[in-house]
Design a protein around this ligand. Structure first.
Ligand code: FES
Ligand SMILES: [Fe+2]
Length: 448
């Protein structure tokens, strides 16, 4: 297969993401206070969440001037709105008069934001354009003088990103070259969000990021993945990236070496038939390792005829494998051939360090002729259309099999961290992304 780089793609013949040199870790102790203490959480809010780029929402929700989304992060609320000039800007949702929130809506369309308290009006560029009794301000009319406080905002990969730090590096510099190049190659901007869930969850947000920063737990918590995803660390690849980000690569569409069966499991068999491959031809463990390449060849040959046009520029590994990008601090993008999951814990609006809001999005590439798409982690198929936002408490409803399995340990770990017997972490080499995350967190926390 040819190796030439295409405008949006990676070199076609790549069998895995390029291995990158890793920073040396210091071995900082990982103390329990970071999961438990309100004082730590408050400092973390200022030093980490107010300084890093966060995904506020989807760009396709801001099609027309006046379309807005309201992103809640901790106790903060940020309005992202498309202006008359087409540019998307973000503002704190706090009136320039006396601080009232301008809207409680999660998204919508406005000609102007009108404050419900005294009726000040703001345009999509954040300017005050009307106030009642304008002549009664001895310091001068607010119109043209004061406006909404702006938040840094960029649109990239079909996502709207915000950063509350006016001095922050650009989004591209923050993410770094590797992440930018690889995310761009997946064309997330062409996807539709078909699952949108948020669960109020009884653990610190870092319990969840720690979980996504290692795959050591997969063989224990997610045995159901082993028939079609490799999870043994020897056959996967983990890379620490600059800026506290990291990447995990999991060769998929083949049973894990940990999967103890001669059979091709039903789910994988169905995937093979979809690409006109006979699962019986791969019976027996010695044949399992051939499945992934066979699927890649079949997809390369037939993607256009089957309506999978987004495969056109994919590298070989992207046709079959899952890659997880953990973007510092809390944005997790787990990307497979047909879509991207965002799995993200947000600090809780109450400020309680022992709670968080966990978001699960599934964004899929529409396939010609398909109106339904498989759910990312069990459950019935989903309609290929923009999903309503489901908000609930953890336990009331499934977040998908794999996410449920991950969260099943969250409360138990949170509780265990309270123990006088907690001794810090004793990490395997394959868990070094956890250590890396905490060391970068420590660096942020050490800043003035
Ligand atoms: S607080 Fe908004 S108009 Fe008074
Ligand atoms: Fe997991």
């Amino acid at each position: 297969m040819n190796q030439e780089a295409r405008p949006f793609g990676l070199p076609r013949g790549l069998d895995r993401p390029p291995k990158l040199p890793e920073p040396t870790l210091r071995g900082d102790p990982i103390t329990a206070d970071r999961y438990l203490s309100r004082a730590y959480a408050e400092e973390e809010w200022r030093k980490v969440f107010m300084r890093t780029w966060q995904v506020a929402g989807l760009a396709y929700h801001l099609k027309e001037p006046g379309d807005f989304i309201n992103f809640e992060l901790g106790a903060e609320s940020i309005l992202c709105v498309r202006g008359q000039d087409g540019q998307v800007r973000a503002f704190y949702n706090s009136c320039a008069h006396r601080g009232t929130r301008l809207t409680a809506a999660e998204e919508g369309h406005v000609e102007r934001f009108v404050c419900p308290y005294h009726g000040w009006q703001f345009d999509a560029a954040g300017q005050t354009v009307f106030v009642p009794n304008e002549e009664d301000f001895p310091q001068g009319s607010p119109c043209g003088r004061v406006g909404l406080r702006e938040v840094r905002c960029e649109v990239r990969f079909g996502l709207v990103w915000v950063n509350m730090d006016p001095e922050a590096p650009s989004l591209e510099d923050f993410l770094g070259e590797t992440v930018v190049r690889e995310l761009a190659s997946y064309r997330i901007e062409d996807t539709i969000r078909v699952l949108h869930m948020t669960a109020d969850t009884p653990c610190n947000w870092k319990i969840i990021t720690d979980n996504f920063n290692e795959a050591y737990h997969v063989q224990v918590l997610h045995p159901g993945l082993l028939p079609y995803i490799e999870a043994n660390y020897r056959n996967c690849q983990f890379d620490l990236l600059p800026g506290g980000h990291n990447r995990g690569w999991f060769p998929s569409h083949n049973p894990s070496v940990l999967h103890d069966s001669e059979e091709v499991a039903d789910h994988l068999a169905a995937l093979l038939r979809q690409w006109d491959l006979d699962p019986q031809a791969f019976y027996g463990r010695e044949n399992h390792a051939k499945i992934r390449k066979a699927v890649q060849r079949a997809k390369r040959e037939k993607y256009a005829a089957k309506g999978y046009h987004h495969y056109r520029d994919y590298a070989d590994y992207q046709l079959t494998d899952y890659v997880i990008y953990n973007l510092f601090p809390n944005t997790v993008l787990s990307i497979g051939p047909d879509g991207t999951q965002l799995l993200r814990p947000r600090p809780h609006p109450s400020g309680d360090p022992e709670r968080c809001l966990f978001d699960h999005w599934w964004m899929v590439h529409p396939i010609e002729g398909q109106t339904m798409t498989p759910s990312p982690a069990g459950g019935p198929d989903l309609p290929v259309e923009d999903a309503p936002h489901e908000v609930f408490c953890y336990g009331e409803k499934s977040l998908g099999t794999t996410a449920d399995e991950d969260l099943s340990i969250a409360k138990m770990q949170q509780e265990g961290l309270h123990s006088a017997g907690y001794q810090g972490f004793y990490l395997a080499h394959q868990e070094r992304r956890v250590q890396h995350f905490h060391e970068v967190l420590n660096d942020y926390m050490a800043r003035p």
